[in-house]
Design a binder for this molecule. Structure first.
Ligand code: SF4
Length: 261
């Protein structure tokens, strides 16, 4: 309030009633800006501006997000990851270096699900690292999202040898972990990355190009299939299609939440 009056005072007429010349107004304004700097006002504004990305991040999580909700989700997700770490329910446990449960924001509204870990994921225990991961991050950035704001995982939590497709009994053994993660996260939208993840989740054999870019119900959640980033690296001609799918996802989130993504 004091600052406002000081500012108005600087622009008013002089005490002798004569209108201030422009150069005097400018000089006074410079003095006012210096005063704000010295009083830390501008510093505070700068701090607010720098804090903006964190606030944006919060806007991508549940509007009812609460520290205890966050803590309970973190704990529940950790329990699932701990179970996966010691799982020997299928033969893929024999050749793995690391299990890859998935990672991301526990209060996210979007979950991305690929098929299975590859070489780099197996080495690091993290999903979507390497070139495919970088491309996924680029696609996310295209709709204003950062990797840390979403949850990324695979249907399979261990790498199949030589990156072969997982077998039906392996899928059956592993899928409950994904369902548990989705039950904990309760996202508004799931994005299935690639033909195989889409076929497993939607129980269909239809071609990925007829499925991608459309929304399907999946356990009460909207699911949109798109191409796998690794497939895009092999066939970049479809990049605009996938960018369109990401925009559809973003628009759907906006439609549901009323917030920009
Ligand atoms: S792939 Fe899944 S079911 Fe098979 S051992 Fe790994 S965590 Fe267990």
């Amino acid at each position: 309030m004091v600052n406002k009056f000081l500012f108005l005072g600087l622009l008013e007429t002089r005490s002798d009633g004569v209108k201030m010349p422009l150069h005097e107004v400018i000089r006074n304004l410079k003095g006012y800006i210096n005063f704000l700097k010295e009083s830390d006002f501008i510093l505070l504004e700068e701090k607010k501006r720098r804090r903006a990305p964190a606030e944006k991040q919060a806007s991508h999580t549940s509007p009812k997000s609460h520290p205890t909700e966050m803590a309970s989700k973190v704990e529940a997700l950790k329990k699932v990851a701990d179970s996966i770490a010691v799982c020997t329910s299928c033969r893929l446990s024999l050749g793995r270096i690391n299990t890859v449960p998935g990672d991301g924001h526990p209060l996210t509204r979007v979950v991305f699900v690929g098929e299975a870990p590859g070489y780099h994921e197996d080495q690091q225990g993290l999903p979507f690292v390497g070139r495919a991961g970088k491309l996924l991050e680029r696609l996310l950035a295209g709709i204003g999202l950062m990797r840390q704001e979403v949850f990324i995982c695979n249907v399979m939590k261990c790498r199949p040898p030589e990156n072969r497709e997982p077998l039906p009994d392996e899928i059956l053994a592993c899928e409950p972990y994904l369902l548990k993660q989705i039950d904990i996260l309760k996202p508004l939208v799931i994005c299935a990355l690639g033909r195989l993840a889409t076929h497993i989740l939607l129980r269909t054999n239809a071609g990925i190009n007829t499925l991608r870019g459309r929304f399907f119900p999946y356990h009460g959640i909207l699911l949109i299939p798109t191409l796998h980033p690794a497939a895009l690296l092999r066939n970049p001609i479809q990049l605009p299609d996938v960018e369109r799918d990401f925009k559809l996802l973003s628009a759907k989130l906006k439609e549901i939440t009323g917030q920009n993504v």
